[in-house]
Design a protein. Structure first.
Length: 455
């Protein structure tokens, strides 16, 4: 806009000067020299001077344009070369997507010649190296991208994918933290950071990342609460292992505030209360957890805390007291299979045969029924019949990893088979398999999800 205004001003001044000269009287000027006399009108002389001045400015521009021709030619050649390079780059990326390793390698070399050192060229070279199985070269190219501020994120992601494929979760954690500094709100970055912090058992940092993920909407409130419960339970286990029982109790109670029926936290909190000689508090925790989710671990704690008789009783009465103690817990969630098994096991222990048979039959605990036959009737044949039924029955419930199907007798924050965090659920496997269940329970093996797609 300013340039156009300046041009219009110059044209106006020039036109005004010409008009002014035209309107002047016809004055003649004589110029003598070398024996000659030249007469010229004053206004014509002014007009001639203006034309010469205008021509001088044009000639300056022409000269400068002529001098700039080599630079313009060089820029033209570079533009043509760059355009050819980006076409080759595009073809190379297409070859990688198609899985054509030879074409990708050829096009990568051509791109390096035409547009060397650009971030996209390095990316193409790295991806081509991966396609051809040259991981060290790919790592070098990705590492070079880290020095370019505009392309550092590409380098971080490429290296992150490789470290995850190699199972180097400590290095992967360092890389994803660098990715977070570059893209602090990127969802897959935050999710991967959370996964790697839990996998490396950095619980406090994982809890902080979980809060950020919840704010960003990566986890809804229910999922965030479930993960927070698992983190606090894992922290409680670590604290107890280090002898910090007060911290372990506090963390377990925090987990129970989210889910009162979470057995791993309830069992630990109840046991720690009992160690502090707070049996009533321990019993209240077991009762609350049983109401929400009956579990054999809770039953074992409960039966271990049956009150002793205050006066001498007959064997029958003492046994009846033990059975009634088990029934007190079962009444909190009547009709549940675990309650039936608890009552049957208590009756079998104190030789209340009728009650034991009734409860164990309803619980379909065939192995316990086989033991009952041996102890009550001494019939080995009938015991074998029960054992045959047990072989065909569904296996007992256990902790199953939803990611890989691995079964474990105890809850673990990290599956010992696949390393997934908070994937263990108390359930009955579909097959009586005590090692990895995999497809038997309908799960597919899982790994860290967010960054697994290649760049």
């Amino acid at each position: 806009m300013l340039r156009a205004l300046w041009f219009f001003t110059k044209v106006t001044l020039l036109a005004g000067a010409i008009i002014w000269l035209t309107l002047q009287p016809a004055h003649w000027i004589s110029i003598n020299g070398l024996g000659y006399e030249v007469q010229i009108q004053l206004r014509f002389l002014g007009f001639l001077l203006l034309v010469l001045l205008f021509a001088a400015t044009r000639l300056d521009r022409i000269w400068r344009g002529f001098v700039a021709v080599p630079a313009i030619y060089r820029r033209y050649r570079w533009a043509v070369r760059r355009e050819r390079g980006y076409r080759t780059l595009t073809d190379g990326l297409v070859a990688i997507a198609a899985g054509d390793a030879q074409a990708a390698a050829r096009l990568s070399r051509q791109t390096e010649k035409t547009i060397p050192g650009t971030p996209l060229t390095r990316l193409l070279t790295a991806q081509t190296a991966l396609l051809n199985g040259n991981a060290p070269k790919a790592r070098r190219e990705f590492a070079e991208l880290l020095d370019d501020r505009s392309a550092a994120f590409l380098g971080v992601r490429g290296l992150l994918n490789e470290t995850l494929a190699e199972g180097n979760y400590r290095e992967a954690l360092d890389l994803v933290r660098r990715a977070e500094t570059l893209q602090p709100a990127r969802q897959w970055v935050i999710r991967t950071l959370f996964d790697l912090e839990t996998r490396n058992r950095e619980w406090l940092k994982a809890e902080r990342t979980l809060r950020k993920a919840e704010k960003l909407g990566i986890f809804d409130a229910q999922a965030a609460a479930r993960h927070r419960r698992a983190i606090w339970t894992a922290m409680a286990a670590d604290a107890e292992a280090q002898g910090e029982k007060a911290a372990a109790l506090k963390l377990s109670q925090s987990a129970l505030s989210i889910d009162p029926g979470f057995t791993p936290a309830a069992a630990r909190a109840a046991r720690l209360h009992d160690e502090k000689e707070k049996r009533r508090a321990a019993l209240r925790i077991v009762e609350s957890a049983w109401q929400n989710n009956p579990h054999p671990d809770l039953a074992a704690l409960w039966m271990g805390w049956s009150p002793p008789s205050r006066k001498s009783k007959s064997i029958y009465d003492a046994g009846r007291d033990i059975y009634n103690w088990a029934k007190r817990l079962d009444d909190l969630n009547p009709g549940h299979r675990e309650g039936r098994r608890l009552l049957g096991a208590a009756a079998l222990q104190v030789k209340l045969w009728k009650e034991a048979r009734e409860q164990l039959t309803q619980a379909m605990d065939y192995r316990a029924l086989a033991r009952l036959e041996r102890e009550e009737t001494g019939s080995e044949a009938k015991a074998r019949e029960w054992l045959e039924m047990a072989a065909d029955a569904a296996p007992d419930a256990r902790w199953i990893c939803a990611a890989c199907g691995h079964g474990a007798p105890e809850w673990q924050a990290l599956c010992r088979h696949c390393g997934h965090f908070n994937s263990m659920s108390w359930m009955t496997p579909s097959l009586d398999v005590h090692e990895p269940l995999n497809q038997a329970v309908g799960f597919s093996r899982g790994i860290l999800e967010p960054p697994h797609s290649r760049l």
